[in-house]
Design a protein around this ligand. Sequence first.
Ligand code: BTN
Length: 325
Amino acid sequence: MGELLRRILEECEGRFVSGQEIGRRLGTSRAAVWKQVQGLRRRGFGIEGARGAGYRLLGRPDLIEEPELFSRLSRPEFWKAFHLFSVIDSTNARAVEFAGKGAAHATIVCADAQTSGRGRMGRKWESPPGLNLYLSLLLRPPVDPTQAPQLTLVTAVALAAAIEELTGLQAKLKWPNDVYLDGRKAAGILAEMSADPDRLRHVVIGVGLNVNAESCDFPGELRDKATSLKIVAGRAFRRVEVLARFLDSFAECYGAFLSGGFKALLPSFRHRDVLAGRKVLLRQGGEEARGKVLGVDESGLLLFRREDGSRPEKIASGEILEFER
Ligand code: BTN
């Protein structure tokens, strides 16, 4: 509803078109045209109406649409399906559902807004509409289940590379799943996998990237910890462009991972590693420990030495609660 009207207004590139002319082209009354105008306004289109002149388009909402997305991809054939929702509980939850129904490898689930966006450690991921990217990638990689967690780091490298291309700024990575810009978190990754003891069934990789959020869009407690591309670069980004860059970057990193393992991406992770050489507070399960991060190894494990100076440990899962800047 309203698509034809939208096309007519777009064709006229900001010039007025009379209600009569629009009505003629749509085959409807002027009253019906007005109703459609209201519908487009509700979707975020800026439309000026002037008595005697008609209607003109002032601005478009920042929409993500499949045809434009795929026309921007360098490797569209990599992706097998794209599901776009205006509001959904969680793209990860929906991708897991799709996986259970046999959806193909390289299926994308994307939403304009989430009502129960999931973060790591059972936290909520703030997901207001119209501003950011929320998506999940369903993958069926031909690798051992023990390698699946490395996909979080592969995704982090892909995300950092895409952000750097778009903003020209250096992105930092905080093991295992955070992307930082200017010392604040701009994106998070949540991987969920399903495996038999010797076979990986699927991995769902959820990505939340703050694109056009302003500081006031974050809840009070996150305001000094979170950032967005817009905040650091000082300009807004079209989400479809950001999404296309990330998907291309992911396809490239995933290819490198399949042919060379995580080792192939280790240098790209290391040169952005924000924790290497820093004192940190690590939480694993219910335990917290202070120590120093030595880096990340070829399997994507965190090398951590406790404060009491014992030998370095290899950490497979955990969270860095604090780190020295
Ligand atoms: C983190 O805690 O840093 C990870 C956040 C991951 C959020 C994304 S938003 C899209 C996808 N769907 C979800 O429910 N969560 C992930």
